[in-house]
Design a binder for this molecule. Structure first.
Ligand SMILES: Cc1ncc(COP(=O)(O)O)c(C=O)c1O
Length: 375
């Protein structure tokens, strides 16, 4: 099946009693065990509604197996702590979601895990690798500057050094990019974003080979960040429209990026689908389309970002991303607030940088709102 068909059909469990078209919601947290092949329990990541969305996500990411979590951070932290031991080292891409950056700086030291940040270039990633490096962790396109990292090159380097690779594929979505096809080991998602898609769900996922998921699952059960059946059902419902939502967001984002480039009050537009983006060629190689996220830098000398945000009428300044509605945020005060000033300066996250999560509205309405606020 192709992507749009997988979105609709993969993983659906047909109840033999009713033959309804949708997977029933199995609310039980207690299941009889006497004749069962395994003990079933929500925290063991094996209740029917979890299995249903795992099957759909596996189809979409070309994965053998997966786990669904109560948040994206639960997925990321569980995956990393499943493989890292005291004395190990991890290389993380520097330009990543601020929460993941903060997770590393706040948690690793006290477990005796060494870490280095590297820009998304292969030279820096290679330079950061040590003899005890266990994991290379990347995010491409990255939050918030849409840095493109060469997935195949990272895999090649990691394999030559026997290092596990983990990618946060949230910005790309499983519609636009399938890192496992390039040999990457573990894909994580904040399902709170495009997978949920309606700004009303918090969840996460990890997808990989059967063997790797079997390594993660025992720690996942210990850490306890599984997802409840009701939310699993909502995710299954959301995933049915993932393909058409993302397709529209891809189109709208490219139109927005081109429109913003023409504005004299905007100094720079970061979108990997623009020919002058430094990662354009690599993005074209590893992505089917460029996604619904972009960032832009207002001309700080001429326009106050706070005032600009206050003057938007349709686009809401709001946390998170990936929903059907267009929202905007200043990473400095939201997603990347916990970074130090020096860390933000090193990345190029300024007070005038704004991150736009482009929705599925009519693009003319979104552009008109930007224009009137700039005016
Ligand atoms: C790229 C990326 N990864 C991970 C996360 C964390 O996801 P969650 O908030 O679902 O824990 C976020 C949240 O904004 C994100 O933008």
């Amino acid at each position: 099946m192709r992507k749009d068909t997988q979105c609709v059909h993969s993983g659906t469990y047909v109840d033999p009693g009713t033959k309804g078209l949708n997977t029933p919601i199995y609310t039980s947290s207690s299941f009889e065990y006497m004749d069962a092949p395994e003990n079933v329990y929500p925290r063991y990541f094996n209740i029917p509604n979890q299995k249903s969305i795992i099957d759909k996500l596996c189809a979409l990411e070309n994965a053998e197996d997966g786990l669904v979590f109560s948040s994206g951070m639960a997925a990321i932290s569980t995956v990393l702590f499943s493989f890292l031991n005291s004395g190990d080292h991890i290389v993380l891409q520097r330009d990543i979601y601020g929460g993941t950056h903060h997770f590393a700086t706040a948690e690793f030291d006290r477990f005796g895990i060494a870490y280095s940040f590297a820009s998304g270039t292969m030279e820096e990633i290679e330079r950061a690798v040590r003899d005890n490096t266990r994991i290379i962790y990347i995010e491409t396109p990255s939050n918030p500057l849409l840095v493109i990292t060469d997935i195949e090159a990272v895999v090649q380097l990691a394999r030559s050094r026997n290092i596990l690779t983990v990618i946060d594929n949230t910005f790309a979505t499983p519609i636009n990019q399938n890192p496992l096809d390039f040999g990457l080991d573990v894909v994580t998602h904040s399902g709170t974003k495009y997978i949920g898609g309606h700004s009303d769900i918090c969840c996460g996922a990890a997808l990989a080979s059967k063997a790797l998921i079997a390594r993660i699952k025992p720690s996942a059960a210990n850490f306890g960040g599984s997802l409840n059946a009701m939310t699993c059902y909502l995710i299954e419902r959301s995933l049915k429209t993932l393909g058409i939502r993302v397709e529209k967001q891809n189109r709208n984002a490219l139109l927005m990026a081109r429109h913003l480039q023409l504005k004299s009050l905007i100094r720079k537009v970061y979108y990997p689908g623009l020919e002058d983006h430094p990662g354009f060629d690599i993005a074209r190689k590893q992505m089917k389309n460029f996604g619904g996220m972009l960032s832009f830098e207002l001309d700080a000398a001429k326009i106050d970002p706070h005032r600009f945000l206050k003057n938007l009428k349709l686009i809401t300044p709001a946390l998170s991303l990936g929903g059907v509605e267009t929202i905007i945020c200043a990473p400095v005060t939201t997603s990347h607030q916990k970074m130090t000033d020096a860390e933000r300066a090193q990345l190029g996250i300024t007070d005038s940088l704004l991150r736009l999560s482009v929705g599925i509205e009519d693009p003319d309405d979104i552009m008109a709102d930007i224009d009137q606020a700039l005016h």
